[in-house]
Design a protein around this ligand. Structure first.
Ligand code: ADP
Ligand code: MG
Length: 629
């Protein structure tokens, strides 16, 4: 083992209290330590921060971390300070005096790690600082913000490039993100000008998360039904408007649930207080808009419910990913209604005009947003493995069966709808790809609507060809065709159905066979098979093998005592409980019953600094408990 290798393990153990690196971390740490640029694409909760924090502590100079959100910086700096690492943040939340003091300390070299908002990079004071100290690493967190292809483009991220150019010596550039499609990945590497970076893409898969989509007629009843089973655990309920947040929070409070709320319309003080109530488990249920959660590393969130469908898979996976960060089983539910699509379309149309962008750029971004919304909507309609759908979206293959999502646990019946599918495709084709879903389905169904007459679809030979089907079933078939790519939908204000190559081939094969005579033999028409859920009770996710594998609390009474002790310490130190020890760490203590310092240090999450601060207190509790056994 080289010296450096030994050092990184020592820091991992002594400072952070972990025995082993997680998947992907070591290669990224090594990359930076050897002076290479790196690009790490790892899912939320994978542990990206450690990948720059460890090199930051091992390299001689300071590390500048660019991060988009104030809450994110605060959380990480608080966690580092807890571990005994000197770090600070520079952003607009500091008062003038705090700012001057932070900059002075930075100049004196008191911090190894400085978090900074991108807007601050090119300001004079920060420039002066950057010129006078040795910057070894510029770490770009949430690096997807630099790409216009990303779901969260921030023009101020482009300042990073200029900032790096102004430095006397080019530092190592390290970029990290949880969500990067192929285009975003390329953008990050190109725009930041990474030199032959060490690229690490680890699985997006979070095996402990259970996925499910519900289409309840009454969302409120569905929510209460779910919470009825789960009271006491911590969870987040995401809504897409402030109004919905207010309503849902009100409902929960009325029903006696310990809920709080978070959205951008609240005063700073209330937002802060509510967030803390949630983090400290005083109010374990948070009802919030997507303004909540970035950088909140609460490890014991047991479920995330999307009360409305979000605008894209990136947002969904990031928000849902806040469940189960401790690796223990957790659930991600999405409540879908058609209204959610409309609201999202409206929000995309009304998007704040970004003055840093030109008209063409804005149009382009809108179009991409609509395209992403479409893919999100398909997620709600697919009958295939939900995890696989998400993984494929990010360019990964997950296998068709995960065994831990609603679709994999539902029994389906196959229904051959090839003929109806081909009739629909023909209608799109013969009406020259000019109409949307409603018009086409109404025509196929033979409905006499104003649109059908206006577009003269009642004169199309396919008019009424599927009158034997209900409109609901036709809508299911249409969704299936879109999800499977037999038809596509344009991304504009009035989406229009278009042919695809697969659809054209299918329709042609069907026509050749003489409508409807297709056989299943080779060379015949490929079959379009709709999967419809069998009408029966669904298997509960609880009994899967994966969930059984989780560490079980063997001594619940001890676990409760440890939690109480943690809660007391947290209150005294004004930090969230999980910053002291995670649930997982307490769980391990209650299973392995450490009774010496050495045994305690073997518990995941207990490092030297933490042991010094809290070790005796927790050891005392374990010993007292064992004495009574
Ligand atoms: P990300 O930025 O990738 O979403 P974070 O850096 O916030 O994730 O880390 C998520 C959680 O995982 C944190 O609680 C962190 O302490 C924990 N963690 C990181 N690395 C390890 C490791 N090697 N072993 C155990 N826990 C880890
Ligand atoms: Mg992070």
């Amino acid at each position: 083992m080289t010296d450096k290798a030994k050092d990184k393990y020592t820091v991992l153990k002594d400072v952070f209290g972990y025995d082993t690196f997680r998947e992907g971390q070591e290669a990224l740490v090594d990359g930076v330590l050897s002076g290479r640029d790196v690009l790490g694409i790892m899912p939320t909760g994978a542990g990206k921060s450690l990948c720059f924090q460890i090199p930051a502590l091992l390299l001689p100079g300071i590390t500048v971390v660019v991060s988009p959100l104030i809450s994110l910086m605060k959380d990480q700096v608080a966690a580092l300070n807890q571990l005994g690492v000197h770090a600070a943040y520079i952003n607009s939340s500091l008062t003038d005096r705090q700012y001057v003091r932070a900059m002075e300390n930075a100049r004196k070299g008191q911090y190894k790690i400085i978090y900074v908002a991108p807007e601050r990079l090119l300001t004079e004071p920060f420039q002066l600082l950057a010129q006078s100290v040795d910057v070894s690493i510029v770490a770009v967190d949430e690096a997807h913000c630099i790409s216009q292809w990303g779901q969260d483009f921030r023009p101020s991220y482009l300042k990073i490039v200029t900032f790096i150019e102004t430095l006397p010596k080019r530092p190592v550039i390290a970029a990290y993100t949880a969500t990067a499609t192929k285009q975003v990945k390329e953008d990050i590497a190109c725009i930041l000008g990474l030199w032959d970076p060490v690229l690490m893409v680890t699985g997006y898969d979070r095996k402990n998360l259970y996925f499910s989509v519900k289409k309840p007629k009454d969302k409120k009843a569905a929510l209460l039904g779910y919470l009825g089973k789960y009271s006491g655990k911590s969870g987040i309920i995401y809504c897409n408007t402030r109004k919905a947040v207010e309503e849902v929070e009100h409902l929960l409070l009325q029903e006696g649930y310990p809920a709080t709320r978070y959205h951008a319309g609240l005063l700073d003080a209330e937002r802060r207080e509510n967030q803390e109530d949630f983090i400290y488990d005083r109010k374990p249920l948070m009802v919030a808009t997507n303004a909540f959660g970035m950088g909140i590393d609460k490890s014991n969130v047991r479920f995330v419910i999307h009360y409305n469908m979000p605008k894209d898979i990136e947002s969904y996976y990031q928000e849902a990913g806040r469940a189960g960060r401790d690796g223990e089983p957790a659930e991600c539910l999405l409540f879908y209604t058609g209204q959610d699509v409309k609201i999202n379309e409206f929000l995309i149309a009304m998007q704040e005009e970004n003055s840093e962008l030109g008209i063409e750029e804005r149009e382009l971004i809108k179009e991409r947003d609509l395209e992403r919304l479409k893919r999100m909507t398909f997620y709600c309609f697919t009958n295939e493995c939900l995890r696989d759908y998400i993984l494929r979206y990010f360019g990964e293959y997950g296998g068709n069966y995960c065994g831990n999502c609603e679709n994999c646990l539902t029994e389906f019946e196959d229904m051959d709808v090839t003929e109806a599918a081909c009739q629909i495709i023909r209608l799109v084709q013969t009406s020259r790809e000019r109409y949307g879903i409603h018009a086409i389905l109404d025509a196929a169904h033979g409905s006499d609507t104003a649109k059908v007459r206006q577009f003269r679809l009642d004169r199309n030979p396919g008019y009424g060809s599927l009158k034997g089907y209900t409109l609901v079933r036709l809508r299911q078939i249409m969704n299936d065709l879109l999800v499977k790519g037999y038809l596509s939908l344009t991304s504009n204000e009035y989406p229009v159905l278009k042919m695809t190559e697969a659809g054209s081939r299918l329709a042609a094969a069907w026509a050749m066979q003489g409508a409807g005579q297709g056989s299943q033999k080779e060379g015949g028409v490929p079959r379009v098979v709709l999967k419809l859920p069998k009408a029966q009770e669904r298997a509960a996710p609880k009994n899967t093998e994966k969930n059984k594998a989780a560490l079980e609390v063997k001594h619940p009474a001890l676990f409760e005592q440890l939690r109480k002790c943690r809660y007391g310490l947290a209150q005294k130190e004004h930090v969230p409980p999980y910053i002291i020890f995670s649930d997982k760490t307490l769980k391990e203590m209650s299973v392995y019953l450490p009774s010496t310092e050495e045994e305690m240090l073997n518990i995941n999450g207990v490092g030297a600094v933490k042991f010094e601060k809290y070790g005796e207190a927790f050891l005392g509790i374990v010993k007292a408990y064992m004495g009574k056994l």
